[in-house]
Ligand binder design. Sequence first.
Ligand code: NAI
Length: 335
Amino acid sequence: MKLLVYSAQDFEIPFLKKANSARYKVKYIPDALDTNTAIKAVGFEAISIFSGDDACLVVLEKLRDLGIKYITLRSAGYNNIQIKAAKRFGLKVANAPDYSPNAIAEHTVALLLSLNRKIFLADRQIRTYNFEQKKLMGFDLVNKTFGIIGTGRIGSVLVKIMNGFGCKILAHDLLPNKKLVERYGVEYVELERLYKQSDVISINVPLTRETHYMVSEEAFTLMKPGVLIINTARGAIVDTKALIMALMGKKIAGYAADVYEKEKGIFFKDNSDQGIMDENLINLLSFENVLITPHQAYVTQEALTNIAEITFDNLDRWVKGETCRNELGYETLVL
Ligand code: NAI
């Protein structure tokens, strides 16, 4: 079987080659999948995509017409593929759900510590030989309330880590996890209480119709002044315009994210020569209390090894006619 890997990045190709160990014929291309690049899948039976690829209805229809049967995502999130349409076109789709929750949870903590203790500002300052401390005040995390929206694979690891910091943990999830209540004293609450009482809020839910703009203007008005918000899930869970207003009005003390609402066309490439046109992102990056990383939470050796292995394992299952445990259930309605 021939596999076309879209959005292949130089740093991940060695991991994919090792996991494949030459059992499939694989072509790696840097192009993201979209209506223009779908045609590149001609002659292949399977494609692999990442979170910046656009597998919308029109693209899926083209892929079906080109003879594609299998789509394996090198990501846990799958908001960029219209699962219902894929089913209608007879395409099998699987994601990489549990490649390394630790990688993402640890990056969330890195963002939190950097934002709270102003590490990124201190670094900028020191490089201009400014050794003052007046702009660098943070707060102790011990005894603070950590609000977590989404206690799935990543959220559960994060709960364990933040419990280690001595935080009281409030959580919100459609499916509360009893073990987290028993082991770490997590209290599951409604969003309103989480917003009102948390000193730090971490977003760890998938992007779905229900979570799109979940963190809205109304949410910001409920939050404690001085709250820090960390988003390592998906950008569009936060209403960026409302976020900018909240930052301007000093309703929140800071925002750190590994994701952005409109990553397409900007993230995953070097725009330093030509700059960017997205006014909201430009605006966000102008705040001293905003820290954005370029969707890098999964970039650890362990996560990349696991993503590569899961990608080929998904294909193996389909080829052998076995059940693929990562095949996406069609009942899930995602954007
Ligand atoms: P998961 O599926 O294990 O957990 C998600 C949790 O959110 C579940 O407990 C679910 O019940 C809950 N949830 C879903 N909809 C909800 C709603 N409307 N209200 C309240 N709770 C809701 O997913 P996992 O592995 O923890 O990943 C979470 C998200 O993180 C992914 O969907 C993905 O978008 C993002 N992610 C980001 C990465 C990055 O590189 N920045 C890498 C991996 C994942």
